[in-house]
Design a protein around this ligand. Sequence first.
Ligand SMILES: C[S@@+](CC[C@H](N)C(=O)[O-])C[C@H]1O[C@@H](n2cnc3c(N)ncnc32)[C@H](O)[C@@H]1O
Length: 365
Amino acid sequence: MRSESDESKPTQVEPAEKPTQVEPTTKPTQVEPTEPTAHVLKLLGGKWISAAIATAANLGVFDVLIEHPQPASSLAVALRCDTGMLTRLLGILESEGLLESDATGILSVTPLGAPLRSGVLGELAAFAGASFSWDPWSRLPDAIRNGDTAFELHHGTGLFEYLERHPEHAEVYHRAVDAFTRLEAIALASSFDFSATRRIVDVGGGRGTLLVEVLKRHPHISGVLLERAAVADAARAVFEREMLTERAEVRVGNFFESVPDGADVYVIKHVLHNWSDEQAVRILRNCASAVAPQGRVLVVEGIMLPPSYRDGTRLLDLEMMTLLGPGRERTKPEFRRLFAAAGLRLESSQELAGTTRLMSGGRRS
Ligand SMILES: C[S@@+](CC[C@H](N)C(=O)[O-])C[C@H]1O[C@@H](n2cnc3c(N)ncnc32)[C@H](O)[C@@H]1O
């Protein structure tokens, strides 16, 4: 119910009068489409482009059109969508060069749009637009003001606890991580010299995408994947499907407490960026004390460049801040400091795939 004082509020201000009281200013000329305003509008439009791509991936547009190029009307039937609305969405994808249409209106996926199919980056696109990962962005201003985590403000819990409680969203998350990892796994398995490696531990190894690639390419190696209980069964199923159970073992555990002992190589891929410096050092220190004396600790992540560079890793840093708060991308000197604090020496860093780097270190003598 509105109180008397509420009733009185509108009469105290006169918003309707204001526009006529204001003298025309120079403002209209300031919003003319100058180069900077056009540039800013384009940047803001990034939201709509991301949303269009994520929605299309979610609906299955790329998967269906790759197999069966067809007009928007029959695609709408195939995907059980509203024809008019789907046609408008497809128009954006066409104008962004991801789809093309011929003179008869048959739509097909261009080479630029092809990576958006499932099994390449389609799952990453679907994750980007999933409500559980998209909605927390609306809390980012509050999070930055108060040093909170936007994901927690929105969902009331941390990302990994949330995924444990929502297996259907965990599936979306892990599919996206697998999509990222597939490309990097091939690069790691073929570029690192595993000839002297007998046993490898993948620390927080997800559903085993990386370990499968390494073990398949290097039959002399056996591997252990360390994961939370909620992910372990999915990893076991992957090793079974790939017929690797004799060489691949899944251990349920917590990398903040300990990691399996005595392997020659510990891989920590896209794990440290989920955590604060203090937590990252704890994970590295556990690897440093478990690794064989001449063994290697491998960290696979992006290395952040100075802000004057356009840098995908810097964008990923914002994703980490939104979803994981203290989680962050790091510069090379920051990684060097983490390694040193954990009793390791960062010895080399090489490009892996896209912006991802392979950093290798050993125990400090
Ligand atoms: C970003 S994913 C990376 C997965 C994998 N390394 C990859 O790159 O494909 C981070 C992984 O850390 C796992 N994780 C989170 N907290 C953990 C903990 N305390 N102990 C072990 N694993 C954990 C998550 O379940 C998740 O699979």
